[in-house]
Design a protein around this ligand. Structure first.
Ligand code: OAD
Length: 248
């Protein structure tokens, strides 16, 4: 762990009695898998200008450049595996009566780790969507849909709306959750960044997992400074938070 280990006793009290849990994740949870984050030291947005690549205008102006960038990112996604943080979250589905995973990530690593109930706020890079008729397909070579429109990655670009209903579903989950995690996100990109704040407003106990402080840190009930691949397995250890359950 990076900093001195904080006092987790109150956390464990809350976690042991919690029945509804929601988790909000960002690029940091995939960092230990080898996925670059967006705003960190080697963040993707430092190397590339977002407005040149991840906007509808960029795609209209220069689809080739946008395809090239997404092909590069798909290459990275294809070569990485879920890490211990993703795996801890997949296991956690069985620890609570209700468990909702809300992610800003487009890499599909939560599902690959076994999570079954994932709200993807920013889409999924492994899928394509026709820019004209909206038809979805797995990523593929041909750039043109049967309707004649161009396929594009099924991700949310700057200036675009989030998938219909996704934020509503996320707000519903944090409104009823007693325990909420916000992990690996800089909490800077709205509307998604509103989620941990809403969780607090609705009265949930909120844990932040991040090696760096974020704008949300002062509001967190517990803020652990370190990698999610180390902290999530520790905080969601079934043997500790469900000691009476046979977890063999
Ligand atoms: P960011 O790149 O903004 O933030 C990543 C966060 O992860 C930072 O706060 C890091 O400190 C933290 N981090 C780094 N390594 C970590 C680790 N091993 N464990 C835990 N945390 C770690 O990424 P997001 O917050 O996900 O949107 O960015 C939000 C959105 O901005 C993305 O979904 C993307 C981007 O524009 C779209 O593409 C629409």
């Amino acid at each position: 762990m990076d900093d001195a280990t904080p006092d987790l006793s109150r956390y464990y009290e809350v976690a042991k009695s919690a029945t509804r849990c929601a988790v909000f994740t960002g690029a940091g949870v995939s960092a230990e898998s080898g996925m670059p984050t967006f705003r960190g030291e080697d963040g993707l947005w430092k190397e590339y200008r977002a407005e040149e690549l991840a906007t509808p205008e960029a795609f209209a102006r220069n689809p080739g450049l946008v395809y090239e960038w997404y092909d590069y990112r798909r290459g990275i996604v294809a070569g990485v595996e879920p890490n211990a943080g993703h795996e801890a979250l997949a296991r956690a589905e069985d620890l609570f009566e209700e468990f909702t995973l809300i992610t800003q990530n487009v890499d599909g690593l939560h599902q690959q780790a076994g999570s079954s109930n994932v709200i993807e706020l920013h889409g999924n890079i492994r899928r394509d969507r026709c820019n004209v008729c909206g038809h979805h397909r797995e990523e593929g070579e041909a750039r043109e849909c049967a309707c004649g429109g161009p396929y594009r990655p099924d991700v949310v670009w700057f200036g675009e709306a989030l998938p219909v209903g996704a934020m509503e579903e996320a707000f519903r989950a944090v409104a009823t959750a007693d325990l909420v995690f916000t992990a690996g996100t800089s909490t800077q990109v709205y509307p998604a960044a509103q989620i941990p704040y809403s969780a607090k407003e609705y009265g949930a106990w909120v844990v932040e997992v991040n090696p760096e402080p974020t704008p949300f840190t002062p509001l967190a009930d517990l803020s652990v400074r370190g990698p999610s691949g180390e902290w999530l397995p520790l905080l969601l250890d079934p043997a500790v938070i469900r000691p009476d359950r046979d977890t063999r």
